[in-house]
Ligand binder design. Structure first.
Ligand code: GDP
Length: 137
């Protein structure tokens, strides 16, 4: 069993896609172990995406991620990190495979509906970022 951090981003929350996206997680044996609706400050969004500091899209990305409520969740399952990434689809929805969350719900390369950790080390950092000290269900 492996754990990963997902965020249903502000675009997908505002568009009313929380239920559709959770349905995909549940249909694919990714179990919700923790969930929190967050309204990130700009500073919190910058901390979360610190690895992208200095990139051209950093300002825009962190403004977007602090623009409204987002749903952060810990998911658990076999090979959860890689399987979530596959279910999400490519960063740019124009390149995302049919049936993926981003193909279905993303608007563009930035407003792309969902986040998923990309490795065990980042999953550990990201879970601790949103759920510090929380005992997971
Ligand atoms: P992910 O792992 O697929 O989410 O992609 P990255 O870690 O590379 O990028 C983090 C997030 O930054 C993406 O999910 C997008 O929201 C945003 N992003 C990535 N690349 C670009 C880009 O070229 N332009 C803009 N505007 N946003 C981007």
């Amino acid at each position: 069993m492996e754990r990963t951090l997902t965020i249903i981003k502000p675009d997908a929350v505002a568009a009313g896609h929380i239920g559709d996206i959770i349905k995909i997680f549940e249909a694919n044996q990714l179990t919700i172990k923790a969930a929190r609706l967050v309204s990130l400050t700009k500073k919190e969004a910058e901390g979360f995406y610190a690895v992208h500091r200095g990139k051209g899209f950093f300002e825009s990305l962190t403004t977007f991620m602090s623009s409204g409520p987002a749903l952060a969740m810990v998911l658990e399952g076999d090979d959860a990190i890689a399987r979530l990434r596959k279910l999400m689809g490519a960063t740019n929805p124009a390149n995302a495979e049919e049936g993926t969350i981003r193909k279905l719900h993303a608007q563009d390369i930035e407003h792309n509906a969902v986040h998923g950790s990309d490795a065990p080390e980042t999953a550990a950092f990201e879970i601790a970022y949103f759920f510090p000290g929380v005992e997971l269900a």
